[in-house]
Design a protein around this ligand. Structure first.
Ligand SMILES: C[S@@+](CC[C@H](N)C(=O)[O-])C[C@H]1O[C@@H](n2cnc3c(N)ncnc32)[C@H](O)[C@@H]1O
Length: 215
């Protein structure tokens, strides 16, 4: 996400405090400018908190935000297509996949483990990939997966490295690259394996070539 110049100007103001898990702007902004600043801070993971009168991030963002201010951009949650799968969706995925104890499962865009955790709960042996550093760290804390790779699934995992393949691939990929992720993931399926994915609806009807070919 590119940070608009007027928002950069605010964040670069000497009076703004960017420390630990919060950003404090100790001066008044006009309504329109406040909305723009708020939008950027929200995309960076912050939430306005009236008690502390600061945007709170729930983690240390000092270095990340200072780098973003220097570069004038950062990779936002929206850029990464981030949202956790809700429990009813996870339940549906697991039911379709008929996970049994001992099955090997790949979750190639694992977020904080909304799918990987319950798959392990059903006895699966799960390998995960997640691009976002913070979510990968949360994932590692929450989910005792066999392997967690922090990186780009499309680049850092190669089907040839997994000769046997996986019994199941379960995924809810970033929607703006959903088809690329799905096609790459198919390469990791073993014999008699199954892939179950949450996909944008337009995969069923888009007429441009990649979608038509995929169908
Ligand atoms: C829609 S979220 C779903 C997360 C998780 N699968 C779930 O269902 O809760 C997509 C996730 O893919 C991650 N992601 C985006 N691009 C990626 C990539 N190239 N490789 C691995 N993960 C990626 C995002 O950071 C985000 O956590």
């Amino acid at each position: 996400m590119r940070i608009p110049s007027e928002v950069l100007e605010v964040l670069r103001d000497q009076r703004v405090v960017i420390a630990g898990d919060r950003v404090q702007i100790p001066f008044e902004l006009g309504k329109r400018l406040y909305e723009r600043v708020n939008r950027v801070l929200k995309q960076a993971g912050g939430k306005w908190d009236s008690r502390t009168r600061a945007h709170m991030f729930g983690r240390d963002i000092e270095e990340l935000l200072n780098q973003a201010i220097l570069a004038g951009e950062f990779v936002s949650n929206m850029d990464l297509g981030w949202f956790p799968s809700p429990p009813p969706v996870v339940h549906q995925l697991l039911e379709h996949a008929s996970i049994r104890p001992g099955m090997t499962v790949l979750e190639p865009s694992a977020g904080t483990g909304a799918i990987a955790g319950p798959a392990m709960g059903r006895g699966a042996v799960v390998d995960c990939v997640e691009l976002d550093e913070h979510r990968a760290a949360v994932l590692a804390e929450r989910v005792p997966a066999r392997r967690i790779v922090r990186g780009d699934f499309l680049k850092c995992l190669k089907p040839n490295d997994y000769e046997q393949g996986f019994n199941r691939v379960l995924m809810n990929p970033p929607f703006h690259h959903a088809l690329d992720h799905l096609r790459h993931a198919i390469g990791f399926l073993g014999e008699d394996a199954l892939l179950v994915a949450v996909m944008p609806r337009y995969v069923e009807w888009r007429t441009d070539r990649p979608y038509a070919e995929f169908r």
